[in-house]
Design a protein around this ligand. Structure first.
Ligand code: HEM
Length: 540
């Protein structure tokens, strides 16, 4: 009797969650004319398709979700709004610039993060701004955190990054001279970015530090940056495991051995952050101590200084939000620089003009006399905003053609309401797909080509194929509205500083000829393997 009292409600719950609910929402959206990615099939069938996609992956495979979408829209035309039923309530995938205008601007106050995501990531990022609901508390925290990117702090951090990058290049040049001239593009850039960002977050003491991390049942020592990236990727996988897409009560639990290992690694990571906080507190007792890094800022900020858990939440978030994304941006821009000779030529021309003593009579690129001091002068905060026009066009185009984050984390509406012509239920997850948005053929001429000029108002490429002005939200690699990326300007400035230094000192050639034919996709969690051969440019 008791058994059936428990069993029947459970069976009915599962029946509703896994079978009826998806069909209800299928009817809800398709009856409004929204195309669905297949009829919702209870759990297993859609996953089999994903499994097949996973099995056939190779160097040129696109992001898994994009491949999954392509499988359904076989003519390659993916609609700018459709519903995907990997989850019971479906997920609306949106890349329509008009609807994004509503999500970011006109109806922005009704749009929020899907609260469930915070639970899955809680062990790493806790109550950080990234997954917190858009409350007054979140907005206040955002305001305090944005002080990390005020002009004086940003300038000071960029100077350190320039010096470090220059010193790294000098060491690399010696290695190249000794015949050690082969590298892999992505891992080379990842190392530079990790060092740059860790210095901005923790100051220089962080660089040589490693922490214990369980990998394949063994404890290995890895850098803080790698640990953060590794944890974020593992949690992303945890968030999309089949069970969690259907039943929400499992969100905060660790199921199975790999998730328990993940939990242990998260604990070690947070303990390590605590150690850095403790060490810094001791250092700050020195009355002469000054530093522009993020940790120092948190330890002196009224909102954070008395709450070490909150500090750890934001430290973890800054690391995970910044390293892989900025690495992808710089790796991609450097790839296109070598891939497209006209881009290389224009960037070199700009560098010659800016770095020459006489702008009207630029020295040949190979003969430029460069030094860390000159870079610091030419890459000052002000110069970065006023000068380096073509470099910025190339950076924006890199973020357009391959946004490091291909799809936003799930969002939801605070109440059921209209978006565009459609009524969207408040329980439905919404994802903005930046990749589809940036390849919309109605908004972008030749969308699959790398053309930096499309961001230059003087260029014909600035317009849509119909010769009209592009819609405001047709470009949005950092999300938008109230939850726009906090590190947008910092990331762009890091790229503006590091790219010209690298390409002025090093010539990069792809080792594999086929990399000159086609670029492998690279986004924040994609490992690519582009072997390169380096040579020095300066004849010193
Ligand atoms: C090219 C590099 C970067 C890209 C493409 C990028 C992109 C994004 C995107 C798309 C979001 C929204 C995430 C979501 O879907 O919920 C976001 C949020 C965020 N990003 Fe970035 N990001 C970059 C670099 C950085 C850096 C360098 C930092 C900090 C040092 C940073 C800090 C943050 C934070 C704190 C948020 C959460 C903001 C909020 O929800 O209020 N990002 N970023």
């Amino acid at each position: 009797m008791i058994f059936s009292l428990i069993l029947w409600p459970f069976i009915l719950y599962v029946f509703w969650e896994i079978i009826l609910k998806p069909y209800y929402y299928y009817w809800y959206y398709t009856s409004q004319g929204i195309i669905s990615i297949c009829v919702p099939k209870p759990l297993i069938f859609n996953l089999l398709i994903l499994k097949k996609i996973l099995k056939n992956r190779y160097e040129y495979s696109e992001q898994i979700l994009y491949e999954y979408y392509l499988k359904y829209f076989q003519n390659g035309e993916i609609p700018s709004i459709f519903i995907d039923f990997r989850a019971a309530t479906g997920q609306l995938v949106i890349s329509d610039p008009d609807i994004l205008q509503e999500i970011f601007v006109t109806k922005g106050k009704y749009v929020d993060k899907l609260y469930r995501v915070q639970k899955v990531f809680y062990g790493l990022t806790g109550e950080s701004v990234l997954f917190e609901k858009t409350t007054e508390r979140q907005a206040t925290k955002r305001k305090h955190l944005s002080a990390a990117f005020y002009k004086d702090k940003m300038s000071s951090n960029l100077k350190v990054i320039i010096r470090k990058t220059y010193a790294w290049i000098e060491r690399l040049k010696i290695e190249i001279k000794n015949g050690n001239n082969e590298r892999e593009l992505n891992s080379m850039i990842n190392q530079v970015i990790q060092d740059s960002i860790l210095i901005s977050i923790f100051g220089e003491t962080s660089l040589k530090q490693t922490m214990p991390f369980i990998q394949d049942d063994e404890v290995v020592e890895i850098s803080l940056g790698f640990a953060a990236a590794n944890l974020f990727q593992a949690l992303t996988i945890k968030a999309i495991t089949p069970l969690r897409t259907f039943v929400s009560f499992l969100d905060q639990y660790s199921i199975g051995k790999s998730e328990r290992t993940l939990q242990k690694n998260q604990q070690t990571f947070r303990e390590y952050l605590q150690k850095l906080i403790n060490e810094r507190k001791v250092k700050m007792q020195d009355p002469n101590y000054v530093s522009a890094d993020f940790l120092t800022m948190l330890l002196t900020d009224d909102l954070f200084k008395n709450d070490e858990n909150l500090m750890k939440d934001e430290l973890a978030t800054f690391m995970t939000a910044s390293i892989l994304t900025t690495t992808a941006l710089i790796t991609n821009t450097l790839y296109y620089y070598e891939f497209q000779p006209e881009v290389k030529q224009k960037l070199r021309k700009e560098i010659s003009a800016i770095m020459s003593p006489d702008r009207s009579n630029p020295a040949p690129f190979e003969n430029l006399k460069l030094s860390p001091e000159l870079w610091i002068e030419k890459l000052s905060y002000e110069q970065l905003q006023e000068d380096w026009k073509y470099l910025y066009l190339a950076i924006q185009e890199s973020l357009r053609i391959e946004p490091p984050i291909r799809s936003s984390t799930p969002m939801q509406l605070c109440k059921t309401m209209k978006l565009g012509n459609y009524t969207v239920d408040q329980n439905t997850s919404i994802a903005v797909n930046f990749y589809l948005l940036h390849r919309n053929p109605k908004e972008w001429q030749e969308p699959s080509k790398f053309i930096p000029e499309r961001f230059d108002p003087q260029s014909p490429y600035y317009l849509t194929p119909d010769g009209k002005k592009r819609k405001q939200c047709s470009y949005s690699p950092f999300l938008g509205g109230r939850r726009i990326c906090l590190g947008k300007t910092f990331a762009e400035n890091i790229a503006k500083c590091i790219i010209p230094i690298i390409i002025s000192e090093l010539d990069i050639k792809f080792k594999k000829d086929y990399h000159y034919e086609k670029k492998p996709p690279k986004y924040y969690s994609a490992e690519i393997n582009v072997p390169i051969v380096l040579s020095t440019i300066q004849n010193d």
